[in-house]
Structure formats: C-alpha cells, structure tokens
Design a protein around this ligand. Structure first.
Ligand SMILES: [Zn+2]
Ligand SMILES: [Zn+2]
Length: 319
C-alpha cells in the first residue's frame, strides 16, 4: 500500500552487489540486520501510486530505477541529488534502514524514482543503481578522462564497469587483476591493455605501458590494491579509491613531490544515476553482460551461497 508521496514498485530485477556480502557474512559495520530484506539495486515498474503522486511524478507502468537513499529533501545535499550526505541526520538507505528490492514489490517515496531509458533492460537499470553506478561516480570524481591513461585496479563487476565506462568516455584503460579470466573480460569490456599483477611487477608493467610516466589516473575497485595505486601513479596523478573499506598510507612528502590528488567516492548522486543510464543507452554499452547468473527469488539461499564463494560474477534476481 502506497502512502502519501509513495509508490509501489513491482520488481523486475534486483541486483546482487558486493557490499551485500558484508550483511550476508554478518561483518557489516553500518547497520542492517538479519531480518532486513536485502537488495539495493532494485529496478521495475510502477504498480500503484499514493496520494499526491501526480502523473508528472509517476504513473502506473513507468519503467523506473530507484536511487537507494532518501532523506530530508530540503538541505543542500538532498537538493543536489545527494541524500546519502543529508545534513538532517535521517538518511534512509535501502537494505540498512529500509527493506530492499529482493522482494516482489517494494514501497518507496516517489522522489527516489528515476526513469529507466527504453533501450535498457531492467537488469541494466539494477546494475546502474549501485555497482555500475559506483564506477560511474568514481570516474566523475576523477574528472576529465579523455586522452589520459587510466589504470583500473580489480576487474570484478565494479572494475569491469569502470573499464567499460572509461573507455567509452575516451580514456585509454589499462585493466589490472590477478585472474586471467577476469582480464579476458576486461579486454572485451574495452581495456586497451591488461596486466596480471600476480605474474609481473605492476610498477614496471605500468611504466612500460606509459613511457615511464606512470598512470595519469587510477580507479581502485578491489579494496586490496591501495598500495599498488600509489606505486603506479604518475606526477600530477589522480586516484580514486572505491573498493571499501580499506586503509591508504602515504607520506605527505610523496604527494607533495608528485602533486597527487587522492579521493574516494560514495556511490553516486540521483542526478548522476540518471545520466549514467542515459550514457549507457546512448553508447549501447553491454551492461547486461556484467551479469553471469540470473536467479528467481525462491533460489535466494543457493544464490547467496554461490555469491559468497565466487569472485568473478554478478547475480541478479529477475521477476
Ligand atoms: Zn537533506
Ligand atoms: Zn552496492
């Protein structure tokens, strides 16, 4: 039942994201609990609208993505599409404070909805809701990519998304992983070169590929290669760390001498989520190919047992 300002969304796809495993394994340091319905990559169709939801906001049958946070709506951060950073202290996050998308229907405020372009599948919309969207957010923070060398550390679903998006945005992408199959996938998703950091010295390999300059930019997605990021970053380099949580250690003098810019990135704003979907649609990027498994909801136990053990794929519940 949709209350005032709310909609009921009929789920069509609900993605499995790496951060789900913090909850699955009971290691989450940020709320949630064993009774909370998971799924923060929901995508579906508007099934019913509550009082005050006018047709310009949403209508039954609309294909929609969901930005998976909501908050006060009036502070500067909420107004600019960043409810996860709300000053009001009342952030609602799917699967932490509010039931998520691993269910046939969900109720959300209408303001969380974003249009799913007709060209995109529901599962593409799901991926853009967190995994692929997080890569997009990190790339946006890195700034102008065109013509630069970007090293993407880790080629899991987020890293592969970063490779795919950055190549389409004009960067020369060097994909790094310790797994040969993942590196094959990185090539398919647009990496110009790949480096297996289990087999070669990463500093030497990146130096060779960049004429000794080092990387212009690094996107760290694995959470395990933070030290490598700083080993390969060239002068004036920019590095964004999105494989959380983790520690990054540096000497200020090294940053000083190299004039580095180091940052991290918190998923993405609602505005950028919409832009990411439009970009993926206009470039016909193969987001659907990120998913290696599709499950029905009654296979959830099996699905998470698989997800917990594997390192290569991404799963989705389809309805
Ligand atoms: Zn706010
Ligand atoms: Zn996620």
């Amino acid at each position: 039942m949709a209350g005032p300002g709310e909609v009921v969304v009929r789920m069509r796809a609900s993605g499995m994201c790496g951060s789900d495993l913090h909850f699955y394994r009971g290691t989450a340091s940020f709320g949630g609990g064993p009774d909370m319905i998971q799924g923060h990559e929901p995508c579906g169709e508007v099934h019913a609208v509550g009082e005050g939801v006018t047709p310009d906001l949403a209508s039954v049958g609309d294909r929609v993505m969901i930005h998976h946070y909501w908050a006060c709506t009036t502070c500067d951060h909420c107004r600019s599409g960043w409810p996860q950073m709300c000053d009001g202290g009342q952030v609602h996050t799917l699967c932490i404070d509010e039931p998520g998308g691993h269910a046939p229907y969900m109720v959300v405020p209408v303001r969380t909805l974003l249009p799913l372009p007709d060209e995109l599948s529901f599962k593409a919309g799901a991926a853009i809701g967190c995994g692929t969207g997080t890569a997009w957010g990190g790339l946006k923070r890195l700034g102008d990519l065109a013509g630069g060398n970007l090293v993407v550390l880790g080629q899991g679903p987020v890293g592969l998304s970063g490779t795919m998006l950055a190549a389409a945005l004009g960067a020369r992408v060097i994909g790094v992983d310790i797994n040969a199959e993942r590196l094959d996938r990185a090539r398919e998703f647009g990496a110009s070169e790949v480096v297996n950091s289990a087999e070669v010295d990463i500093s030497e390999a990146i130096a060779d590929l960049t004429g000794g300059r080092g990387a212009d930019m690094v996107l760290e997605t694995s959470g395990r290669a933070n030290a490598d990021a700083l080993k390969i970053l060239g002068k004036w380099g920019r590095a964004c760390f999105i494989g959380l949580p983790g520690d990054v250690s540096f000497r200020t003098e090294d940053i000083f001498r190299n004039q580095w810019t180091l940052m991290t990135s918190w998923t993405l704003s609602s505005i950028e989520q919409r832009r990411c979907a439009e970009f993926v649609a206009s470039r016909k990027l193969p987001v659907d190919s990120l998913f290696t498994k599709s499950w029905s909801l009654d296979q959830a136990v099996e699905a998470y047992e698989w997800f917990d053990k594997q390192t290569d794929g991404k799963g989705v519940f389809e309805f």
